[in-house]
Design a binder for this molecule. Structure first.
Ligand SMILES: Nc1ncnc2c1ncn2[C@@H]1O[C@H](COP(=O)(O)OP(=O)(O)O)[C@@H](O)[C@H]1O
Ligand SMILES: [Mg+2]
Length: 347
């Protein structure tokens, strides 16, 4: 079914952000999101520290990424920021308002899109928007006007009367985004907004998220897709086991690897995992310019600073060990994650 997942966000210039409404302690001002020493321990066997001392500052208008594998603590962090989860320790301010001390107030500056479809299935697309507007205190007339405006902004006009059940995953996320913005929040939390979407719908949602920045809204986006963090975010914090490992602009994170090329060596199945591969890995690691050698499912991945014929030397060494294929890529955030944790983001 051809839907409008691919259409750009119309009227993105429409002011989606309300005027300043900051209050709270002076030191909480200035940042759109301020997270200090955040800890969340879930009750139960072992008392899991899902979030283990996180500090974050997200500036006004920034598109900030929290990148980490499943179970890293992303949803818990977002849950605290959006007043859904009470922290064990630390504090969080959104738009200068302490979310624990003043949750109702903080919620007015917050829009949330979760990974799951939380639209009201008893209502149409338009009714979902309208009810949200009413919930946030708009009178009937303003709520009607805002709902119409959002449908137009998000190219959902022809879906106004559609049942939520009739929406593709990509369109449902688009409606959730429209709903999240309905009350003019200053800060938007997108928790794995593209998880489970097909690649085409994912790319289409990226366009919608990119367009959001023109509205000036601050966005905190969580994802376990490193391409997504790289493509969308001004800054990315890599999170694992409830801790932030690094936080910087994607390009800077990649540059800090010190590698200019990643050589992916695909070895014959006989060689993979065997002592021959281990010997090759050791030989390659000793080459000047080779920064790291990691095993992969079907061979080795070599992080290197190219130059002085290094890549040909790597290839020559691998030829004797059943090299079946090879590819060269630039370093990615995946490589950053592997360097930091020794694991693949997908593990
Ligand atoms: N309500 C809960 N009770 C107990 N443990 C939880 C609860 N929610 C999440 N967890 C655990 O906390 C850790 C972090 O989860 P979560 O914040 O959902 O991570 P992510 O969103 O990065 O996948 C995981 O180990 C998860 O199993
Ligand atoms: Mg999650």
């Amino acid at each position: 079914m051809p839907d409008q997942d691919g259409a750009p966000l119309a009227g993105a210039g429409v002011a989606a952000v309300a005027g300043p409404a900051r209050t709270g302690a002076a030191e909480l001002r200035g940042a759109a999101i301020l997270v200090e020493g955040l800890v969340k321990v879930y009750r139960g066997p072992g008392g899991l520290r899902a979030v283990d001392g996180i500090d974050l500052t997200v500036g006004e208008g920034e598109l900030f990424g929290l990148l980490g594998p499943n179970g890293a603590g992303k949803t818990t962090t977002v849950g605290v920021c959006t007043t859904r989860i009470r922290p064990t320790a630390g504090r969080v301010a959104v738009g200068g308002i302490d979310v624990v001390a003043q949750p109702a107030r903080a919620k007015r500056s917050i829009g949330v899109v979760s990974q799951y479809n939380t639209l009201d299935r008893a209502c149409t697309v338009w009714e979902n928007l309208y009810l949200h507007c009413r919930y946030f205190g708009m009178n009937k007339r303003s709520a009607r006007a805002r709902s119409d405006e959002l449908l137009a902004m998000f190219q959902l006009g022809d879906r106004a009367k559609a049942s939520v059940f009739a929406l593709s995953g990509g369109l449902a996320q688009r409606v959730q985004l429209a709903r999240a913005l309905a009350h003019y929040p200053r800060v938007l939390f997108l928790d794995e907004p593209t998880a489970g979407l097909d690649p085409q719908s994912r790319l289409a949602l990226w366009d919608v998220v990119r367009d959001l920045r023109k509205t000036g809204v601050t966005v905190l986006l969580t994802t376990h897709y490193m391409e997504e963090a790289d493509a969308l975010c001004d800054r990315v914090a890599v999170i694992d086991h409830g801790k932030i490992l690094v936080c910087d602009q994607p390009d800077r994170l990649k540059r800090q690897l010190g590698a200019s090329v990643v050589v992916h060596l695909h070895l014959g199945s006989a060689a993979v995992g065997g002592s021959v591969t281990a010997d090759l890995a050791a030989d390659l690691a000793a080459e000047p310019g080779v920064l790291a050698v990691e095993p992969t499912e079907d061979g080795l991945r070599v992080l290197a600073s190219a130059g002085d014929g290094l890549v040909p030397r790597i290839v020559a060494a691998a030829m004797g060990v059943g090299l079946t294929d090879l590819s060269l890529t630039e370093p990615t955030l995946e490589d950053v994650f592997i360097k930091l944790t020794g694991r693949d983001l997908r593990d």
